[in-house]
Design a protein around this ligand. Structure first.
Ligand SMILES: C[S@@+](CC[C@H](N)C(=O)[O-])C[C@H]1O[C@@H](n2cnc3c(N)ncnc32)[C@H](O)[C@@H]1O
Length: 391
């Protein structure tokens, strides 16, 4: 990561603009004034520089929460900041960081924001969860060119491997996301998915709450599937099969198909291993029975009122507040100027927490640098944050 180590720097009057970079304000850690953050705007990007004391020096780098890409933007911000702040530079690594070659394969890898804003809906969608080596997903994508495929994985080497294969095999109907599948389905529009494959999910026998298949997952899958669309679970674990079957049967109405040791059109790496060991392989297919109501993702994360800022600042409590299926954790407080604060906060789901800042002043609060994504856990956490700001 680009950084500069300085012996000293001088705070300058903000806002100030230098070659497209606007340095908007400084925020100092409240009470112990150890770390300082500097707000920067460059074109449509907003982010923070972090200045941290280190031995007798300071290290200046990009703040992790507001991480900015591509790296050249951060390099420019550090360089211009040091010119304005008259830094006495001891060391920097800016020239050793080469511009990153934008790999063609990377264009198939999308962030969650892409799916929230432009979910591909023109073609029928098929989703594979935990694609691993990608053998099954690549086979399906090649054999069904009129279907839009989405592969979800959390294991980075598997994602890299799949991206390479997509480019090598010149596949154009497959998008990939590095995201927890338990949360992804929340953002899939209703009634557009023909198939969801969950093949050989990790059984998590000792931590069942980590299993991909859950009551909520089944509900979201049923909503995303078009009528007669199918969620296909394939597993070598009898315990997982029993657990999932019970959950599927908890639905008031269900159309299920159970098969055992049926050969698939293509065998995955895991499947090969289990078959070699003589294990039984179980499938459950759950069919969606009806049209579902449309997905609503239009939650507006604006705070309507802030009545207790003084009390909130005075009692700033860094203990995480844990609720049923979400949490709120105020982590650090900074002061921008008298009566204006910046609070670092993480919140939302335990599996994929959101990390952001809140800019707080009497009567107003807003997220920085952007609003959270409208997951159900974030919506609940937002309402709780509003409560904390008004007690
Ligand atoms: C046992 S492997 C099976 C891989 C592949 N489906 C196959 O049959 O060869 C399970 C895969 O699911 C992925 N995985 C586990 N939990 C996940 C989650 N919550 N979201 C997305 N992928 C997950 C793992 O990284 C792993 O690659």
């Amino acid at each position: 990561m680009p950084h500069i180590v300085v012996k000293s720097y001088k705070e300058f009057t903000s806002p100030v603009k230098s070659d497209g970079y606007e340095f908007l304000w400084f925020a100092k850690e409240f009470k112990n004034a150890k770390d300082t953050l500097v707000a920067v705007r460059f074109e449509e990007h907003q982010f923070l520089l972090a200045i941290k004391p280190k031995d007798e020096h300071y290290i200046i780098k990009g703040d992790k929460i507001t991480r900015i890409a591509p790296t050249y933007i951060l390099k420019g911000a550090l360089k211009h900041f040091c010119e304005l702040a008259d830094c006495e530079i001891l060391y920097d690594n800016l020239s050793s960081i080469k511009p990153i070659h934008v790999d063609k394969a990377k264009s198939f890898l999308k962030e969650i924001d892409y799916f929230i804003e432009h979910f591909p809906t023109k073609k029928e969608v098929w989703i594979e969860i935990g694609f691993g080596s990608g053998r099954h997903l690549l086979y399906q994508a090649k054999n069904n060119p009129d279907i839009q495929f989405i592969g979800i994985e959390i294991h980075k080497p598997s994602i890299e491997q799949l991206l390479k294969q997509i480019a090598l095999q010149d596949i154009h109907n497959l998008l990939v996301i590095d995201y927890d599948a338990r949360l992804f389905l929340e953002f899939v529009p209703s009634n557009i998915v023909g198939k969801i494959f969950v093949h050989f999910p990790v059984p998590w026998d000792k931590k069942p709450h980590r299993r991909v298949i859950s009551k909520k997952f089944i509900q979201e899958a049923e909503r995303a599937l078009k009528p007669d669309g199918v969620l296909e679970l394939r597993t070598d674990s009898r315990a997982y099969f029993d657990y999932a079957l019970e959950l599927f049967l908890e639905r008031e109405k269900s159309k299920l198909e159970v098969t055992k040791n049926i050969e698939p059109p293509v065998s995955s790496k895991y499947e090969d291993r289990w078959v070699r060991l003589g294990k039984d392989i179980y499938d459950i297919r759950m069919y969606a029975l009806q049209e579902s109501p449309p997905l609503e993702l239009n939650f507006d994360f604006t705070f309507s009122k802030i009545s207790s800022l003084e009390r909130f600042i005075k009692n700033f409590d860094i203990k995480p507040k844990v609720f049923d299926d979400y949490f709120v954790h105020f982590e650090k407080l900074y002061m921008i100027e008298d009566g204006k604060f910046l609070a670092e906060v993480s919140f939302g789901s335990f599996d994929r927490p959101t990390h952001l800042y809140l800019i707080l002043s009497e009567g107003s609060a807003q997220y920085y640098p952007k609003k959270p994504i409208a997951s159900q856990a974030n919506i609940k956490a937002h309402k709780k944050i509003e409560e904390f700001l008004n007690v």
